[in-house]
Design a protein around this ligand. Structure first.
Ligand code: PLP
Length: 458
């Protein structure tokens, strides 16, 4: 399997070449040159693989269609090492819970940080360790976080050979639970840096360090952001598992409703559907930051400025632009890389928006690709959490509530909708654990010095 860039760069790369990379050299996102097709026979076989051998074996089947530069036995072992009942809380790994008629909740949040990002990040940790040791290289992951991503990355990389994590977060601005989650890690390869500033200051420092190409090369700086193809691929697996758990036979079609921010999670659903998984609709649920809902309703993609990016009670979906969305637009435009480049490079830079509402291809978003969308507000979240508890005795978190609200609103009669649970409510008392964190001023030079001091091998 070879991978291309959505912006038309002529290079074709293999899985392990793009594993440790972020963007393609031309600023595009990587996609496979084609989506492997899963026929009825394979679906039948995968259903019994899941039932008979478990989630890790299914993960191996899916991954092996996209990864041909890791020996099969090694890939299988990496999947088995990642998806264990020990780490994910149950033998099913992603079990379904029935809500009301026609509505299921798919549990994706029983990993170490209680959010679905563990599903992909835990695999990434093992893949990184494997590939780095094969190359005899080291990697220093530098990131900025205000919550889920940073902590999922730290829990995935803790104790891994050849990897260090330097995670910047805004000092005193994360929830006490998330601070406790990250700062209580005592592993020598995990470095928490609390920056005296806001999240944007953290992100600016990461950009400044990464733009210093000499420093970047010398200290082997890398990232694990949501555009990483391997993360997306890991997420494709649970759409297959959710489908098999929810249905009796491969004649049935079901829909998924996905709480969305950067379009990573639901983009994996798009890939699964393109492979031939019988998905009827992919329902995108946003909060007040409704960049994606606006697109699927009108065809207008409009990046928000910081003044109209809202801080909501489902903060992991508070985005101003959807960083994975380019992958879907590339497919929608029949993989026209020139046009994709024009929209995402030129139009967004010059106008902060593009409009496809009048394009004859736009109706395919709903038609051929099965997308629908809805949006939810703070009041919706509260009433959805309350009613779900009253009706089913199930406590859901605010992000998942955005999904349940939209699914209830858009579900058609007779339709089965699986809502992806993206996080669990977090209220365990872990705030008193000992903490390991360095507080620093918002100063790129100081951060660079800290990195240099803690990379003896560089
Ligand atoms: C990251 C995250 C989301 C959004 O997922 P995307 O892949 O960015 O669309 C939703 N809910 C939770 C809890 C998250 O951590």
């Amino acid at each position: 399997m070879l991978y291309l860039s959505t912006r038309g760069h002529p290079d074709r790369k293999r899985f392990c070449e793009i594993l440790l990379e972020g963007l393609a050299p031309d600023g595009g996102l990587y996609l496979p040159v084609n989506y492997p097709q899963v026929d009825q026979g394979t679906l039948e076989r995968w259903r019994s693989v899941l039932v008979g051998q478990g989630y890790a074996a299914l993960a191996f089947e899916v991954l092996s269609l996209y990864v041909d530069d890791i020996p099969r036995d090694d890939l299988r072992r990496l999947c088995e090492k990642t998806y264990t009942a020990d780490v994910f809380g149950s033998a099913e790994i992603v079990p379904l819970k029935a809500l009301e008629e026609g509505l299921f909740l798919q549990a994706l949040s029983n990993g170490p940080t209680l959010a679905f990002k563990d599903m992909a990040m835990q695999l990434l940790g093992n893949l990184f360790e494997y590939e780095l040791s094969r190359r005899g290289e080291q990697l220093n992951i530098l990131g900025a976080t205000s919550g889920d991503t940073g902590s999922a990355a730290e829990y995935a990389m803790r104790g891994k050979q050849g990897v260090r994590v330097f995670m910047l977060s805004p000092h005193g601005r994360m929830s006490p639970f998330q601070q406790a989650q990250m700062f209580s890690l005592m592993d020598q390869n995990i470095h928490n840096i609390a920056v005296e500033g806001v999240f944007d200051d953290c992100q600016d420092i990461v950009k400044a360090v990464s733009n210093d190409l000499d420093f970047k090369r010398r200290y082997k700086i890398g990232t694990v952001n949501s555009i990483n193809w391997a993360r997306l691929l890991a997420q494709v697996v649970y759409y297959f598992a959710g489908y098999f758990y929810a249905t009796q036979s491969n004649e049935e079609k079901i829909s998924f409703c996905v709480p969305s921010g950067n379009f990573g999670n639901v983009c994996a659903g798009h890939v699964a559907r393109q492979m031939g998984l019988p998905i009827d609709r992919l329902i995108v649920a946003t909060n007040e930051n409704d960049v994606l809902d606006e697109f699927f309703r009108t065809g207008t993609y409009r990046v928000r400025g910081s003044a109209d990016t809202y801080e909501t009670s489902s903060p992991s979906m508070d985005i101003s632009k959807a960083s994975n969305f380019e992958r879907f637009v590339f497919d929608l435009l029949e993989r026209d890389a020139k046009r994709t480049k024009q929209l995402f490079e030129e139009a967004l830079r010059l106008h902060g928006r593009f409009e496809l509402g009048d394009d004859p291809l736009f109706p395919r978003a709903a038609g051929r690709y099965g997308f629908s969308s809805g949006r939810s507000s703070h009041a919706d979240r509260l009433s959805t959490i309350r009613s779900t508890f009253e009706r089913q005795g199930v406590v859901i978190d605010t992000h998942t509530a955005d999904g349940v609200k939209v699914a209830r609103e858009l579900r058609r009669s007779g339709e089965t909708v699986v809502v992806l649970e993206t996080a669990l409510p977090k209220f365990e008392g872990i705030e008193n654990r000992p903490k390991r964190v360095r507080v620093m001023s918002a100063d790129t030079v100081a951060v660079k010095r800290y990195i240099a001091e803690h990379c003896p091998a560089a």
